[in-house]
Write a protein that binds this ligand. Structure first.
Ligand code: NAI
Ligand code: MG
Length: 791
């Protein structure tokens, strides 16, 4: 016995490198450089840049730097191919996507080795995780292609999609982008990251083999400038981006007002929370997968360890012991756990942040400082006693560095977890199922893993809250990003701001004290409030006669309203049944005052009695519809991995800004505000600027319907000025804007600050027809909670 024990103790793995011969042959064949893949063929190589293997610093290929002209050509090919691709039956498209899946699977070894050589990740990961997930993604989406008509009725493809991906999971990110886009009937121009373009080019070769129609998939290599040219191109209908929050912001601004659809999957600083009753040995393995997987270059890496004070010393001790067993080195070696950092600039970024941490006097632990003498390596690192204000606790390091902080109570754990501008993922470790779900519910993140971490599957949605971006990838949630409503292009509406300022007879704002009784006030925190400015504006009827005065809201009023809305957040935690009851009450009270609302509509807009009655009737019906929906917009249980339940929960955004159009003042207000509050949001609404009195009449309906104070706040005034403040406000989580083109562009550009989700429509909407699940989907964000079962 003793002998075997000794052998086991001293036993080491011998080197066990994966053969890279076949990849070497392929790279040799392309020694002259790779061109782009446009319209089904490779272009002649243009201006070339070098691609390196980060594990040894050797150049492995040269690829073309995509110019604006290359982007033009690729978009033209995608445009030309799109109608025909979309016109194929779902079944035909699904066969194409199945073929891609099968060919990827057949080349798993080749693609794994190429990925490892290009990116530096351990072959064990590219072989067992990245490439199998790529195949899984194409298989899953082949299925969606054939189900598209029945599962996504009344929608159509977005058109040409520009897709920009990062270097941390090069082929997997390509699959996340291309598979759903193609399944939904779009064509794509994809730009891989400049550090890791090779598997995308190998994938292009697979597209040729499987006979994907020319122009359906186009791949243009290059750096950020190539990406920017793709974003700016007028022929693009949607941009899907994964990468840094900084570039995400730039893309949000660049696409503002262009009508391009946008989804952003950005950075994170995800908490990994270990409670005292957690299974610490499992948690240690969890940490390994959370922060040392892919050298920590993972957007959802569990990079902030939050551990219960009582468990901290034991956990740290186990972690240090485990770190000593991590094998760092040649990524092609099958027993390597930690490979190379993708590029020297990323290595330098990690080192810079570590120097800052050292200056703060933080305590570092590294098991093994002996690194290979060449290549980009950084050792697994544990930093303990990190103050939440430390740069290392706030900044995304994107390296194998875990920063640890202790907490005393579950409330403190949640507060620390949410103390970040990001919200991509979280991992919760406890043997107490009640606590696990409570914490999962309270964390603001798009994905929560209970007693597990970094679980992915094509059937589950993935994506962030807050500055981690918006939109989801994977499953039904991801598919809906690639479809739009199938309706004729609506006419842009007339400019609202001009109308308000230019209408003859609009009295210059006058002091409220002149006519205190006739002025409708604002409605903030359940109370009528005088506008901060002390001014009001004249509300005119269709013949230009003054029918009343409305408060002229300003920035301060919006800020007060946002504060009131944030305070009312328990509305989102109320049961859906409770919310339904309140909404029914609103609908009933509106119905009881039908005649009064009809008269007011007529007086303000000059519409016929019949039209007014019909708008009020439709509004009442709509209010009942959303009351009915309050407890029926269910989430889902996704079919992902064996022994996991993956719950997709529809959660409210929190505070929503809603800017209503001038037209249809009652039904537009009801159509926008009711779905938002039905889903548990608290709202700051800016009603029709020209006809605000119908919304101010609504206060009394809210007051008499048990709507809690702060759930609906109403600020009247110049819509675009108020929209601006809402867009800039970091306390606003989502913003709907229906108005003119300038206002829509402004809202999108200014939303880049906290990357709030926006939905803008610079068009005349037929409100009589528009209601339903599309509104509820925009009033919520999906959180996927993964829970293992079995022991
Ligand atoms: P990056 O955001 O610059 O690169 C991602 C992709 O965007 C690449 O394809 C790049 O060429 C492209 N790109 C760059 N500038 C662009 C622009 N103006 N317009 C359009 N496309 C543009 O990220 P980078 O510089 O490689 O890494 C910096 C940091 O970003 C990392 O240290 C990490 O913190 C974070 N990051 C996060 C990722 C994630 O998965 N969420 C992935 C990569 C980086
Ligand atoms: Mg960059």
């Amino acid at each position: 016995m003793g002998v075997i024990k000794d052998i086991l103790r001293t036993m080491d793995y011998g080197p066990s490198p994966e053969s890279s011969e076949h990849v070497g042959v392929w790279l040799d064949e392309h020694k002259a450089g790779f061109g782009h893949f446009i319209n089904g063929a490779f272009t002649k190589p243009g201006a070339l840049f070098d691609v390196f293997n980060p594990a040894n610093g050797e150049r492995i290929a040269r690829v073309s730097q995509g110019s604006a002209k290359d982007i033009d050509a690729a978009i033209a090919a995608a445009l030309k191919a799109q109608a025909k691709w979309a016109a194929l039956s779902g079944f035909e498209r699904s066969k194409h996507i199945y073929a891609l899946a099968r060919h990827v699977q057949k080349r798993e070894r080749f693609l794994s080795v190429l990925e490892t050589i290009d990116n530096g990740k351990p072959i064990r990961e590219s072989r067992d995780i990245d490439i199998p997930l790529v195949a899984r993604h194409f298989y899953h989406h082949a299925g969606w292609a054939s189900l598209i008509d029945s599962e996504f009725p009344d929608t159509k493809p977005v058109g040409v999609c520009g897709q920009i991906i990062p270097w941390n999971f090069p082929l997997l990110m390509l699959a996340w982008k291309i598979a759903p886009a193609l399944a939904a009937g779009n064509t794509v121009v994809l730009k891989p990251a400049e550090f890791t373009p090779l598997t995308a080019l190998a994938f292009a070769a697979i597209c040729v083999e499987t006979g994907i129609p020319p122009g359906v998939v186009n791949i243009v290599t290059g750096d950020g400038a190539t990406g920017a040219a793709l974003v700016a191109h007028a022929g693009v209908d949607k941009i899907a981006f994964t990468g840094s929050t900084e570039v995400g912001r730039a893309i949000r601004k660049a696409t503002a007002g262009t009508g391009k659809k946008l989804s952003l999957e950005l950075g994170g600083k995800s908490p990994f929370i270990v409670f005292e009753d957690a299974d610490l040995d499992s948690a240690v393995e969890g940490v390994v997968d959370a922060i040392w997987f892919n050298q920590g270059q993972v957007c959802c890496a569990g990079s902030r360890l939050l551990v219960a004070e009582g468990a901290a010393d034991a956990l740290y001790a186990k972690l240090r012991a485990r770190m000593a067993n991590l094998r760092l080195g040649d990524p092609l070696d099958k027993s390597t756990d930690v490979g190379a950092i993708v590029a020297p600039v990323q290595l330098e970024r990690i080192r810079r942040l570590m120097r800052q941490g050292e200056e703060e006097g933080l305590e570092f632990f590294r098991a093994n400082d002996s690194l290979p003498d060449r290549g980009c390596f950084y050792p697994p690192t544990l930093v303990t006693g990190v103050d939440p204000a430390s740069v290392l606790a706030r900044e995304e390091i994107f390296g194998p560095v875990l920063v640890a902080t202790t907490f005393r109570t579950p409330d403190e754990a949640v507060a620390l977890a949410n103390n970040t501008r990001y919200g991509l993922a979280a991992s919760v470790w406890t043997e107490n199922v009640n606590r696990a779900f409570e914490v999962a519910a309270r964390i603001k993140a798009g994905v929560v893993w209970i007693n597990s971490t970094n679980m992915f599957d094509a059937a589950a949605g993935f994506g962030g809250y807050r500055e981690s971006g918006f939109g989801r990838e994977g499953g039904r949630e991801g598919m809906s990003e690639y479809r739009i409503a199938d309706e004729p292009k609506p006419k842009p509406s007339a400019s609202r701001s001009q109308r308000l300022n230019a209408s003859p007879g609009v009295a210059p704002a006058r002091n409220m004290d002149d006519a205190p009784d006739r002025t409708a006030k604002l409605y903030i925190g359940g109370k009528q409030a005088r506008p901060d400015s002390g001014y009001s504006y004249a509300v005119l009827d269709s013949s230009g006669r003054e029918v009343g005065l409305a408060g002229l809201g300003n920035r301060k009023d919006i800020r007060n309203a946002v504060e009131a809305a944030a305070k009312a957040s328990s509305w989102g935690a109320a049961t859906a049944h409770n919310r339904a009851q309140v909404l029914y009450y609103v609908a009933e009270n509106l119905a009881a005052r039908e005649d009064e609302f009809s008269r007011r509509l007529r007086a303000m807009t000059g519409m016929s009695a019949r039209a007014a009655k019909s708008e009020v009737d439709a509004s009442i019906r709509r209010a009942f519809v959303y009351a009915g929906y309050a407890d029926k917009f269910d989430g889902a249980v996704h079919a992902t991995r064996a022994r996991f339940v993956t719950l997709a929960m529809n959660e409210p955004w929190g505070v929503m800004g809603i800017v209503c159009p001038n037209e249809a003042p009652l039904i537009a207000f009801v159509s926008l505000v009711m779905p938002a509050i039905a889903m548990g949001n608290c709202v700051v609404a800016v009603p029709s600027a020209n006809h605000p009195l119908i919304a101010t009449d609504f206060y009394s309906v809210l007051d008499t319907s048990d709507v809690p104070a702060g759930v609906v706040n109403i600020v009247t005034g110049e819509a675009n000025a108020l929209a601006r403040t809402l867009a800039e406000h970091d306390g606003v989580d989502a913003l709907w804007y229906v108005g003119d083109m300038d206002g829509a562009a402004q809202v999108e550009a200014l939303s880049a600050g906290n990357l709030k989700a926006t939905w803008t429509s610079p068009a005349t909407i037929d409100w009589a027809k528009t209601q339903g699940r599309a509104f509820l989907r925009r009033a919520t964000q999906v959180k996927n909670i993964w829970t293992p079962y079995g022991e």
